[in-house]
Design a protein around this ligand. Sequence first.
Ligand code: EPZ
Length: 435
Amino acid sequence: MGKLYIEGGKPLAGKIEISGAKNSAVALIPAALLADGPVVIENLPRIQDVEIYTEILRDMGAELLWEDDWIEIDGRSLRTTTMPNGRVKKLRASYYLWGALLGKCGEVSVGLPGGCDLGPRPVDLHIKGFQALGARVENKNGMLSLKAERLRGARIYLDLVSVGATINIMLAAARAEGVTVIENAAREPEIVDVATLLNNMGANIKGAGTDVIRIEGTDRLRGCRHTIIPDRIEAGSYMILAAAAGADIVIENVIPKHLESVSAKLREIGAEVSEGDDSIHVIGRTKYRPVDVKTAPYPGFPTDLQQPMTTLLTQVKGSSIITDNIYASRFRHVDELRRMGAAIKVEGRSALIDGGAKLVGAKVVATDLRAGFALVIAGLISNGVSEIDGVQHIERGYENLVGKLQGLGASVWKEAGEASNVTRRKTINGTQLDA
Ligand code: EPZ
C-alpha cells in the first residue's frame, strides 16, 4: 500500500486548477461504446479509476487512443460482452457497462462490482430499471447476465434517488424502442454531463438535471467530441481544505453553481467565500461557528464531502453534528481522526464533533478516497508529520494530489518508488507505446 507523508502546519496559499469530474468520466467512457463511430472525451482526469476503465475496454477489444487529458474511444471493434472478473471488482462504477452494453449489444455478462468500502452498496434499482426495459436478468455464480432481444421504453419510478441507477437506465434507454421516462431521477451535474454526450451522439434526452428524465430511443448514435465538466467534489474538497487551514486559496476551473451547498455551509461556519465566473475564492479564518450539516442528494450537501467536512469541524470550537443521509456507514475516517486527537462520537448516521482540539501528526490509514482526503486535510493542519497509508485510494479521485498540494506550499511527499498518479500512456488498441 502506498504511503503519503505530510509535515503539518505549513502556511498554504495560492491557486489550484480543478480536473475533469471523476464521476462523469466513469460514466462517459462506457457511454462512448454506444456510438457507431469514434468518440473523443476531453478534460479527462488522469486518475486510477479512468486507468482501470481503459484497461477493461481494451480487454474487450475497444480501440482506445489516450493522450494527456483526452481519449478517443471506438467501440466498433468490441469483440465480447463478457467481462473478466478481476478489473471489474476493483471499480464499482464498472456497472455502467451494464447499461451501455445492454443498449449497444442487447446483452452483457459481468462480475458483480467491487469498489470502495462504504458498506453494502446494492444495485437493485439498476436491475429493476433494466427489467422494466425488457431485459432478462440472471445471477449465475457471481456473474450477472443481462439479455434483451429488443429493449422497449418504459416508465420507471426510482424508489430511491440514485445517481448510478439514473445514469445506467439512461444508457440502456438511449437505444431502446420508444420512450422511457425516469421518475424520481437523481439531479447530479454528472447526469447532465452524460445526457449532453448522448444528445451530441444523436440521442433524444430531455430533463436531465431534474427529477423526471425523458429518453426517446434512437437506432443509431454517432461519434462526437465532448468535454467533461469540472469535478465539483475535488473542488469542494479543496474549498474545505482552505477553510480548515485558514488559507487564502483560489479554486479555478469550477462551475460555482455546482458548489452552492458547500459555499453556503462554509459561509455559515464563518469562512469568506466569493464566486467568479469559473472560480471560487475561499479565505479561511481562525474563528468559526459550530454548525449542523446534513447530506442530501444534489443540490443538497454532497455525501462525498461529509468526511472532509468532519475534519474541518474538528477545528470549530463547540459542538457540531454531521449527518449522512445517503450512506449509513461512511464514518471509517473517524477512528483515524481520533488517533490525531479529534474528539468525535458516531451515533447512528451522525458524527457528533466536540471541536477545537489541536490535531497532532500520526500514522493513519485511508479506507476510501474521501476518507483519505479528510486525513490529508488533518495532516496539513496538525502539528508534526503524518503518514497516511493507502494513498492509492485517494488517487482514485484526486488527480496529481501531491503536485497540487505542493503548489499551495504544503510539505507533502510519497514513499519513494511508489507509482505516482497515473502516468501519461499512449495506447493504441492494446499496444502500449512509450510515454
Ligand atoms: C455515486 O455512487 C457516486 N459514485 C458516489 O461517489 C456518491 O457518493 C453517490 O453517487 C451519492 O452521491 C459515482 O458516481 C461513480 P447512488 P452511486 O446510487 O451511484 C442506495 C465518490 O466518492 N442504492 O446515488 O453508487 C445506495 O446504497 C463516490 O466519488 C440502492 O439502495 O450512489 C445509497 O444509499 C463514493 N440501490 C443511495 O442509494 C441501488 O440500486 C445513493 O446511491 C442503488 C443505490
